[in-house]
Design a protein around this ligand. Sequence first.
Ligand SMILES: *[C@@H]1O[C@H](CO)[C@@H](O)[C@H](O)[C@H]1NC(C)=O
Ligand SMILES: *[C@@H]1O[C@H](CO)[C@@H](O)[C@H](O)[C@H]1NC(C)=O
Length: 528
Amino acid sequence: MISLLDVGFFALSWTYVLLAPYTKVEESFNIQAVHDFLSYGLLPDDLSHQFDHFTFSGAVPRTFLGSAVLASTANPFIIIAAYLNLISSKADLQLIVRLVLATCNAISLVVIRKAVSNRFGSGTASCFTLLTCSQFHLLFWMGRTLPNMFAMPLINLAFAYASMYNSSRYSIRLSEKSWKLAFWCLAFSTVVLRVELVLLWVPFLLQALVQGRISFYTIISTNLLAGTTAAVASFIFDSFFWQKDVLPELTSFIFNVAQGQSSNWGVSPFLDYFKIHLPKLLMTGLPLAFVGLLTDSRIIPILFPFIIYTALISNLGHKEWRFIIYTVPAFNVAAASGLRYLFTRRKTTIFGPISFIFALGFLAANFGLTGLLVHISMHNYPGGEAIAAFHQLVPATTLPPPHVHICNLAAQSGTTLFQHLNSPPYHSALYLWPNSVPPATPWIYNKTENLTLSELSRSSHFTHIISEQPPTSPEIAGHWNLMKAIPAFDRVVLDKELLTHKRWELPRRLFDLIRIVEKDHLWIYERK
Ligand SMILES: *[C@@H]1O[C@H](CO)[C@@H](O)[C@H](O)[C@H]1NC(C)=O
Ligand SMILES: *[C@@H]1O[C@H](CO)[C@@H](O)[C@H](O)[C@H]1NC(C)=O
């Protein structure tokens, strides 16, 4: 059963999708693939011309399974939304896709919350929900098509099934069935989606072996079967879509780990996950997790696989918070136990009221910081804002049809294929009604890389450009008229005056204390 607080997982992650509808470069492979699946189906007839990855392939092939599953899941909702007249352009399809992904992740968090409720009681479960909702990264990114966020629901299920499900407050009663489910989730997320998750799979295997609740034979056979099935599925599906024999996560492992290429993206010190990324992801959840660890012995087996995972993955030079996002729910279970401990001291000792206030303060601090981060992130997608502004400035029926060049920054900060509103392919759901027809003269959205401004000016086929060059560049003034400047997040400033000379105004103007400063990042020009 869904509890009232669970609504927070859905409501917040949906709100974030709507507040920040555009995407960044890390999401782009999957969002473009979802677009292509929705447009051409799961069995396209002309792969190499239709699919984006043949034009813009990355360093290593990645799997199509995640985006195929997401596209298939989102498609019925797109059709329903079309019949309800809720969508009017391709950009709306991207919203639905992202909402569906956020929902899958939210459901997996509800499963964890239920498991926490069985094992730790409903008080801790509510603290888990509150804490998770108070943090920024997980819920904000849940609706973003990172491969990590495709793996996240599977890891969440594995965690719930392997650590808590069907347990009571006094004993862990994991059935063979729940272990098996956990291993299938771990195998698919590792072999198909993110190979680094092998570092989580192994500690879970060890835990199963040590706890001895299922036989050695069952463990080995289940994992072999699950791993092989996942590998075969990925090999067949992805070899078809890449038109060559490929097992993407194996290639990725060889490229990033065996050949050490991931260090090309930067190398960070060993302890950075513990010193920088976990505090960032968990906020006040980190100290609370220590409280939970110290006050409740049931927390150790919960955290064990995830601490091992974080320690093992620290050996890789290249570190990003999203590689350890999977650990957040487990740490939040520990933190929830700590939070509940602080809340329930209330009646017992003289320190009760103090710990109660601390608990509230921890939560409030998270919510405050998250509010600020959401506010900043909303202004962080200039490419998406630019293309939307462009569609407002230039009517769809303009003749001759615009041929717009989209610069690298714009392409990487939101200009996905879903934002190419006036060019085919069009999803059939967009034109359900008799009088609605796609634009007769399609526009051209051109993302050719590495063109200099003078090349753009000389190529007379470009009618418009979305450019990183400010209007002050000499080349611009000669050939292009400014249509609009697109501001985006630049920095956060603290109003020092409010803190010093005008302190008495602070309570009334609290929200003026921190200000977000924007700067123009992109400019839309039309040819003179
Ligand atoms: C995009 O621009 C490049 C460079 O000018 C040009 O070669 C290419 O034909 C253009 N693409 C389309 C679809 O017109
Ligand atoms: C554009 O330039 C970058 C860096 O100089 C290079 O890595 C990339 O391959 C170039 N792209 C094309 C299409 O030439």
